[in-house]
Design a protein around this ligand. Structure first.
Ligand SMILES: O=C(O)C(=O)C[C@]1(C(=O)O)C=C[C@@H](O)C=C1
Length: 288
């Protein structure tokens, strides 16, 4: 069976690179063939796997410079039954593309909001007066500049070969170790022994101790949390959903005990599963 993997498109996005890396891993480790399916937005990518149109979806979750990808967390909270099969950590390199020959004449820069934010210092120093225009993805930005010599786009260097647009400046991300975590989501995960569990919950009431009690469940059992953050529930101001990454897996009775206990201190809880993490280096990307 060929595994269909949805990702943010069009081809050449960072999400596609993460999906390609996962497809490569599936082929090497499980002898499984995959078919990549681009979608116009992260939300549509997740809905496609929730409907069963694709077997898996690869979506960005957190960037080392800019933090969480809100649309991914919010959509996962709305959708039921999606589980994390695997995490892929990808080095993210941004390049500046233009049909113009120098930075001098540039008036407009297009890119995905995350990419614009990850290059904000470079933009401030080199193109302080341009209009920054957000697009649905980095490669959608590349498509926009084809007829505009005074426009530029920020995208991954890999896209230069795919779109035949010249790179004017490479490595413009503000932090050289810029990387993004991507999750491979599915309705039917293959059981694996992971190294991390991710979950989200809302609390029964906005009263003293309502967040401390769920956190104590882990502290009391000496279980380490590697991330905690909140997003609004969108029901009313001041109500939040909390997202946690827990170090460990379901084979550990201490973790299972903590997760069982957690349900008595939360209102709605979604456990996205326990999963292994695949770290990629810049040199790994050259083979994709
Ligand atoms: O537009 C792309 O190339 C994407 O894959 C999206 C995205 C994101 O949403 O975070 C992925 C990784 C980078 O952090 C920048 C942009």
């Amino acid at each position: 069976m060929v595994i269909s993997i949805g990702h943010l498109g069009p081809v050449g996005t960072n999400a596609e690179t993460a999906a390609l890396a996962y497809a490569h891993w599936l082929e090497e480790n499980q002898a499984k063939a995959s078919l990549l399916c681009p979608y116009p937005s992260i939300a549509q990518t997740l809905h496609s796997v929730a409907r069963g149109d694709t077997n898996k979806a690869v979506v960005p979750v957190e960037n080392s410079t800019e933090g969480s990808v809100a649309i991914t967390l919010d959509t996962l909270w709305q959708l039921d039954r999606l589980k994390i099969q695997q995490e892929v950590v990808l080095p993210i390199i941004h390049a500046f593309f233009s049909r113009g020959t120098s930075l001098n004449g540039i008036k407009t820069v297009y890119s995905h909001p995350q990419a614009l934010a990850q290059c904000q210092r470079w933009l401030q120093q080199n193109l302080p007066n341009v209009a920054l225009i957000p697009t649905n993805s980095t490669t959608e930005a590349l498509q926009k500049i084809s007829l505009e010599p005074t426009a530029g786009a920020i995208a991954a260097p890999r896209a230069a070969k795919l779109y035949h647009v010249p790179i004017l400046v490479n490595h413009i991300n503000d932090y050289p170790d810029n990387c993004t975590r991507f999750w491979v989501m599915t309705l039917n995960p293959t059981p694996t022994v992971g190294s991390r569990i991710s979950l989200a919950f809302s609390v029964p009431a906005n009263i003293p101790g309502s967040l401390m009690k769920p956190l104590q469940v882990f502290a009391q059992r000496n279980i380490n949390l590697s991330r905690i953050e909140s997003r609004p529930t969108k029901r009313s101001l001041g109500e939040y959903v909390f997202y946690l990454d827990v170090e460990g897996n379901h084979e550990d009775p201490n973790i299972n005990d903590a997760l069982n206990d957690l349900t008595s201190h939360t209102e709605v809880i979604k456990i996205y599963g326990s999963y292994p993490v695949l770290f990629l280096k810049e040199t790994d990307l050259e083979q994709l």
